[in-house]
Design a protein around this ligand. Structure first.
Ligand SMILES: *Cc1c(COP(=O)(O)O)cnc(C)c1O
Length: 430
């Protein structure tokens, strides 16, 4: 498989090159030149495959000959060695729980897959590999955990100071070793643009191999298809409506990719918080990035969703083709809190703020589209968010892993949202 840049000024590259570079020099995003098709037999026999086998079948055409099959099988089984249950909440709505990995959010899947690919690729590269990642909350912990202790790789995590939860900060800032946590005095968008500056800095690239572990990296983006198929393995009934809590739009984009490869889906809902750039786009056809607004679902506080351009590519930039397959809605914090409270009251199920946005968007859609059913992605465990306990007025049980985290000292460095400062810090790591 080859990858082209959405800005079309950089050459096509292999999976290996796309993973190592993160972003093409023309600052577009890499997309696969073709969409592989699942065989009918694979789709109808999903129940016969283990999760690791499904992952391998899904990712193999995208990886091509960049990684030998035996190695790729190992990478897949390490990546998905925890459960992905589809939990029925009522007749119409199920939750696809993606929070049973080491850092309690779906980003573990992409981060684990990518770190293992990079370990394989960096064996033969000589130059020091620096992974730079901007996080609005959950990416940082997942990437820190996925890469911690990986030889030959330094990790720099940029997060907006004071805007991530206690658990999230502990997950990314207490590991130390090859993981450096940087608290940026600014927003997530500032962090993201600092990361992009670093990757695009030719002078820096001469000295180190700087790459990104954000969802723009194909090795993080593409494995997110896996759990849509794990859900289908557990799904009974016609094609589901799938609601995806969305911020940077990598997760929903991977679901759409799996659908275009043949996975039956009735409709996609991009469930957003008050950061409503895409919901506005779906109304007007105009994409107008804004500054991000802080909300309860902080991992979705994105004002300029980078992966959305990939969705447009998948639909050949046809607005009408996109509207047939997907809608996008925006929820306020009041609605999010109300949903957490109501669902807890009526079923005892504790939603996290991101899952709550997904749940409500799905419930609203099903209300006006009778006879359908579906699932939303429960993208993180409620314990990660300090707000949930306050909303349900009850302590959310803290797991052993979280208790251990809080015992470790925080080790983060504070900087202004200023690229030269970041560059100096990166160079001090080599
Ligand atoms: C990152 C994240 C999202 C948003 O995912 P995108 O791929 O950026 O759209 C939603 N929920 C949680 C819990 C997250 O960590």
């Amino acid at each position: 498989m080859h990858y082209f840049s959405t800005n079309r000024r950089s050459p096509h590259v292999s999976f290996r090159e796309a993973t190592l570079q993160g972003q093409p020099a023309d600052r577009g995003l890499y997309c696969p030149v073709e969409i592989p098709k699942f065989s009918q037999e694979f789709l109808s026999d999903l129940k016969r495959y283990s999760n690791a086998e499904i992952a391998f079948q899904v990712i193999r055409p995208f990886v091509g000959d960049s990684i030998p099959d035996e190695m790729l099988i190992d990478i897949c089984s390490e990546t998905v060695d925890f459960p992905f249950p589809l939990v029925k909440l009522n007749e119409q709505i199920s939750a696809l729980e993606l929070f049973h990995g080491p850092t309690l959010a779906f980003k573990d899947v992409g981060a684990r897959f990518m770190s293992r690919c990079l370990r394989y690729f960096s064996d033969d590269s000589g130059r020091k590999t620096i992974v730079i990642v901007a996080t609005s909350g959950d990416t940082g912990g997942a990437v820190a955990n996925g890469f911690h202790g990986v030889e030959g790789v330094e990790v720099v995590i940029l997060y907006p100071k004071g805007r991530v939860s206690k658990v999230q900060e502990a997950q990314l800032a207490t590991l130390g070793g090859n993981v450096t946590a940087v608290a940026v005095r600014g927003s997530f968008d500032d962090c993201q643009s600092l990361a992009k500056d670093a990757i695009a800095d030719a002078d820096l690239q001469k000295r180190v191999f700087a790459t990104s572990a954000n969802s723009i990296n194909v090795a993080r983006w593409l494995p997110q298809q896996f759990y849509y198929l794990f859900a289908m393995k557990q799904w009974n009934g016609g094609p589901p409506v799938i609601s995806v809590p969305s911020g940077n739009f990598g997760n929903i984009c991977s679901g759409i990719l799996a659908h275009l490869s043949g996975m039956p889906v009735s409709f996609f809902i991009a469930a957003c918080n008050a950061n409503d750039v895409v919901p506005q786009f779906m109304l007007t056809g105009e994409l107008r990035p804004k500054s991000s607004i802080t909300t309860l679902s902080n991992a979705m506080d994105v004002g300029n969703p980078s992966n959305f351009v990939r969705i447009l590519e998948l639909f050949g930039h046809s607005f009408s083709a996109l509207k047939e397959r997907m809608t996008a809605v925006s929820m306020s914090d009041t609605e999010t809190a109300e949903t957490i409270r109501n669902v807890y009251g009526s079923t005892g199920y504790i939603l996290d703020p991101h899952g709550a946005v997904g749940y409500r968007a799905l419930a609203q859609y099903l209300d006006s589209n009778a006879g359908r059913s579906g699932f939303f992605l429960a993208t993180a465990h409620p314990v990660k968010f300090d707000s949930v306990g306050i909303i349900i007025d009850e302590e959310v049980e803290i797991s052993e892993t979280v208790r251990e985290l809080f015992k470790r000292p925080m080790q983060s460095i504070e900087i202004d949202a200023d690229y030269p400062d970041l560059k100096e810090l990166i160079l001090s790591k080599v």
